[in-house]
Design a protein around this ligand. Sequence first.
Ligand SMILES: [Zn+2]
Length: 286
Amino acid sequence: MPDIKINDFRGLKEIDVLGLMYDYKKIVSTSIPESFVRNLKNTFVKYGLKYDTVDESFDFRGQSKTYLISKETKYLKAAKRAYKLGRLDLVGRYLGYPECCVKFYYEKLKFSLSNSLLRDIYYNSNSFSWRLNNLLNFEGRTGGIKDLNLFREFTSFFKKTQAISLISHSPCSYDCRQSLKIAYLNHQYLLPYHRLPLSGYLILKNPVFYIDDFHFAIFEGYSGKNSIEYSKLLTRLGVRQFKDYLLRGDRIKIDNNSATVFRGNRILGKISSHKKILILPFDKSI
Ligand SMILES: [Zn+2]
């Protein structure tokens, strides 16, 4: 078992570090905030990790500098070659992502990012495991924001919430068995690094009110078929004009493209959307 000090790796996602160090990811592919680069380079030396960079011409998200990190140079070379050839399916394999999810993601990507990846995952799911809740992990999705104000709001939201997620890929469904295996591994390996067991991650186990990937709210409460009863609005992105209703209400009822917010029996306000509004019942999962 590798002896890891998770703080040595500040600037990388914990689950990426664990996947790499415990060998269920051959590489990590990520951008690194400039302020963390120097420390991380020392960390890579300390743990015998190799790294390389790929520029924007290889990266489908157009990121200017993507770091590839691995225990072995051969995987770095192979991943770089796969990037160059546009073989994102192979890159996905080196990243330890399930084949079913990689296939699903790139099928969707062909039709461009439409801000609704989670909607596609929703319709592909028979049941919902909170361990696969990727709502707050925006990796591979941010290209879909066209509205500048929303992008600013998103940036500050993201800084606050971080990418809380037990998986670093988009699952093909919220009951994908291969993804669940990875989520369980990450969960198990994360435990020793958190004084309070995964308390931050428990936000994933709450009902989600979902319009699209950049307009949603998470409540502390219970989901029904077409409603959420809640005691608290935990966080939201977008839906700015409805913030006050959501804060004052205790129940939200959904009817296709509209939602009504109640406090007791009193209607506080109505929300309408150009897309069908969904409830993602992550509170119901075991
Ligand atoms: Zn899958």
